[in-house]
Ligand binder design. Structure first.
Ligand SMILES: N[C@@H](CCC(=O)N[C@@H](CS)C(=O)NCC(=O)O)C(=O)O
Length: 212
């Protein structure tokens, strides 16, 4: 039964879902949507209407992490989630998706940060560094990837957010003391897994399909 992923190319959640599906070799039709004008075929299966959403037959998966976990449950050639690392993987992803994502949003949009009580972008940056950037860099000074010398679900789930973080001020990030994190980021940016899921698709529109 053919599978569909409602996606948005630049969305970090959609990126990690596309990477996991690609790694697990799940054939999937990517439907690039407009966030301003979401297609009714998406709203019909997922009224909350965030991307990514995976749809195959009766199965609808509405959270990027659930899509990743479902994908690797189908096929996981490099063992992205070894049993003994499960808890630590979940712990890192929780920090990423929770407090780090909040700081990242404030760092990207400083006017919103002001309204949340962070006086300056610099303070937001300092908080993000202390919470996540520095600890990740430390981990990477011990191992090639975040948990070990093997890539894990945590690397792929977190990478699109560190990419976004680095892009707020690329010169600062590249010249920062976080050499290991820079190296790790570039490893993923240049990986066939990432470049392979960043191809461009025309925006999906239900109507022309229905006319067929
Ligand atoms: N918890 C969701 C978050 C997904 C999410 O927030 N995606 C954003 C795009 S990056 C979105 O669809 N936002 C809805 C909108 O902008 O209307 C997941 O992990 O899949």
């Amino acid at each position: 039964m053919s599978a569909v992923l409602y996606s948005y190319r630049r969305c970090p959640y959609a990126m990690r879902a596309r990477m996991a599906l690609s790694y697990s070799q799940i054939p999937v039709e990517i439907r690039e949507i407009s966030l301003r004008e979401k297609p009714s075929s998406l709203l019909d299966i997922s009224p909350k209407a965030t991307v990514p959403v995976f749809h195959q037959g009766n199965l609808v998966i509405e959270q990027s992490l659930d899509i990743m976990r479902w994908a690797i449950a189908q096929h996981d050639p490099d063992v992205w989630c070894p049993t003994d690392l499960k808890a630590e993987i979940a712990y890192l992803i929780d920090i990423n998706d929770g407090p780090f994502k909040k700081l990242l949003d404030s760092y990207k949009y400083p006017e919103r940060a002001l309204s949340k009580g962070y006086p300056t972008r610099t303070e937001v940056l300092e908080a993000a560094v202390e919470l996540f950037v520095e600890p990740l860099n430390q981990r990477l000074s011990k191992n090639k990837f975040l948990l070990s010398n093997q890539i894990s679900l945590a690397d792929i789930a977190i990478f699109p957010f560190i990419r976004q973080f680095s892009m707020v001020d690329p010169v600062w990030f590249a010249n920062s003391e976080f050499h290991e994190l820079n190296k790790w980021l570039w490893h993923h940016l240049e990986s066939p897994l990432f470049t392979g899921v960043m191809q461009k698709y025309p925006t999906w529109n239900d109507a022309p399909q229905e006319k067929k």
